[in-house]
Design a protein around this ligand. Structure first.
Ligand SMILES: [Zn+2]
Length: 196
């Protein structure tokens, strides 16, 4: 299954930088910019920096339009990183807390469950393994609730069950992130990192 994440989970954000910043982040905010989608001057641009341990400093960007609800967020490392592929086996509840940086160029692959495609429509964010799995679960729930093909609905239901078991530490799953821009990472000693 290939999914374009932003068409399905707009209202169910689980990440901590999708347009919302904590008080410690001193975000630069520009209001009244022209929206690339609807053309109204109701776009709010935000930019801030955050230090990610074992990865480095990153820029966080987001833009959101109050008229048409267009939203885009991304994350970019301040220092250049090599194109990379991270593979991580999620086995325990502790693994769910592992930090993940996913840029809009990052392709998230969960074999036999879902691939989150990178690109223009994709967002970048800082989250953890649990956040990635929750996002995948939300997308599967959207398939379950909107799809008309019985087989696809049943498949989504089975995959939701699997994700729930992983979230309770009862089942293992492998998550791979490939990013030709080098702006994504799974930050754990247990993550296997390869050049892309
Ligand atoms: Zn707009």
């Amino acid at each position: 299954m290939k999914m374009d994440e932003d068409k399905t989970v707009e209202s169910k954000e689980v990440e901590d930088n999708s347009g919302k910043y904590s008080n410690e982040d001193k975000a630069d905010v520009l209001e009244g910019e022209t929206c690339p989608i609807c053309g109204n001057k109701t776009l709010i641009l935000m930019e801030t920096q955050r230090e990610i341990p074992y990865f480095g400093k990153v820029y966080l960007f987001s833009m959101g339009c109050n008229s048409c609800k267009y939203h885009k967020a991304d994350v970019e490392a301040v220092d250049t990183h090599e194109p990379c592929k991270y593979t991580f086996n999620v086995k325990t509840e502790e693994d769910l807390k592992v930090r993940v940086v996913k840029s809009s160029w990052g392709k998230v692959i969960i074999p036999r469950v879902m691939t989150i495609e990178p690109g223009e429509a994709s967002n970048g964010y800082i989250t953890n393994i649990e956040g990635i799995l929750t996002r995948v679960k939300n997308m599967l729930e959207s398939v379950r609730d909107t799809e008309e093909d019985e087989d696809k609905i049943q498949k989504a239901k089975n995959q939701i069950k699997k994700i729930n078991k992983v979230l309770f530490g009862q089942e293992e799953i492998t998550i791979t992130i490939e990013d030709p821009s080098g702006n994504s990472a799974i930050i754990s000693d247990k993550a296997e990192k390869k050049k892309l």
